[in-house]
Write a new protein. Structure first.
Length: 372
């Protein structure tokens, strides 16, 4: 990656406090004043040919509205801009934090249907399954030689995943950041959508690239981070919306199930509706969902609801979500009637991803003098 030389000290006046600080859309100072961390707006201002994205999901269950307003919306925006995107359905990673993966082929199918219904076009976005591309996992072996156990053990994302799992630390979880590096580098990804808590994962990928290139020669490219600015959507119990917690509003659900989920969502004892994410997270989450589904701001919706109470707010959110999701659910039902659509998408995706990963593996092995 190109670096910027440090300029000599200037004899001119000192800059004002905050001058030159990169700021987010709300004009607050960004906490990632680094050239390798970008926002969606910055990416969309670039030539799409300069970027290749790798992103993905663990198929632990069907996708939900948190995904729709977050990662799926970002993927569709990148696709519309013409950015080449690879989406990995990481089936091998399901057993990172559980013993029983369930009916994994069925879950993979549900996840792919959700993505297609949300707007991913397999003609322009490559969707593939981890286990269909062996070269990805072969790349993990040389990459493991470039990091220490101590480095993996210090990774804060691994620590957080371990605490959430309630299990002992497995070798698969410990080495998960290296597996992710193999995912990214196998398809020559230059940009990876992440949340702030996942930046250490990506930094390890960048470290692996630097160490490999120093040891064997310039073969790989350090990826940049596409920092997600999607709002955090809580589940119906007030915790983070999660497929495994049973607190999610699934994309595949029908209108009645959506209404039941919103009706049972936790609120508080306050009579007046106000948008206060820190002080009233449950009520604020309902306002956020209603706003996202209706194209408004949470504050504007709170002002309208005012003294209406939780019942009126839930009724509004239900109607807004059902209307917003109706076209997606209709597309999904149509796709699901074709028993071959997911198979065909994944077959084409695996061929495309394998072409890239095989070429990367060949370059890596050549640099390591394992082949002529």
């Amino acid at each position: 990656m190109p670096t910027t030389a440090r300029s000599a000290p200037s004899a001119g006046p000192s800059p004002a406090p905050g001058a030159g600080v990169r700021r987010g859309p709300d004009h607050t100072p960004r906490d990632h004043d680094r050239p390798d961390v970008l926002t969606l707006e910055e990416v969309l201002a670039r030539d799409p040919g300069d970027v290749r994205v790798l992103t993905g999901d663990r198929p632990t269950g069907p996708l939900h509205v948190g995904h729709l307003f977050g990662t799926l919306a970002m993927r569709v925006a990148l696709q519309r801009h013409g950015v080449e995107t690879f989406v990995v359905v990481a089936d091998y990673q399901v057993v990172t934090d559980r013993d029983d993966a369930g009916d994994l082929p069925a879950t993979v199918r549900e996840v792919v249907l959700d993505q297609l219904a949300a707007g991913l076009d397999p003609e322009t976005t490559t969707v593939f399954v981890h286990s269909d591309v062996p070269a990805v996992h072969q790349l993990m072996l040389p990459f493991l030689s470039l990091v220490s156990v101590a480095e993996l053990d210090r990774n804060p994302t691994v620590k957080a995943e371990l605490a959430a799992s309630g299990r002992g630390l497995s070798a698969l979880l410990l080495t998960y950041p290296v597996h992710q590096a193999a995912d990214i580098l196998s398809v020559r990804g230059t940009l990876v959508p992440v949340g702030r808590d996942q930046l250490p994962h990506l930094e390890l990928t960048r470290t692996i690239v630097r160490r490999f290139d120093r040891r064997y020669g310039p073969v790989l490219t350090e990826p940049s981070a596409l920092l997600s600015q999607a709002p955090l959507v809580l589940g119906t119990d007030g915790a983070k919306m999660s497929k495994s917690r049973g607190n999610a509003i699934e994309l595949r659900a029908d209108a009645d199930a959506t209404a039941a989920a919103v009706r049972g969502a936790r609120t508080d004892a306050g009579r007046t509706i106000t948008y206060d994410p820190a002080g009233r997270p449950e009520v604020s989450n309902l306002l956020l969902l209603g706003a996202l589904a209706s194209g408004r701001t949470p504050q504007a919706l709170a002002d309208e609801m005012a003294d209406g109470g939780a019942a009126a707010l839930k009724a509004y959110v239900t109607d807004a979500l059902v209307a917003h999701l109706a076209p997606l659910r209709a597309r999904r039902a149509e796709l699901a009637r074709d028993p071959f659509v997911v198979r065909d998408v994944l077959t084409r995706g695996a061929a495309r991803a394998a072409q890239e990963a095989d070429a990367t593996l060949a370059d890596v092995r050549r640099a390591m003098r394992q082949t002529s």
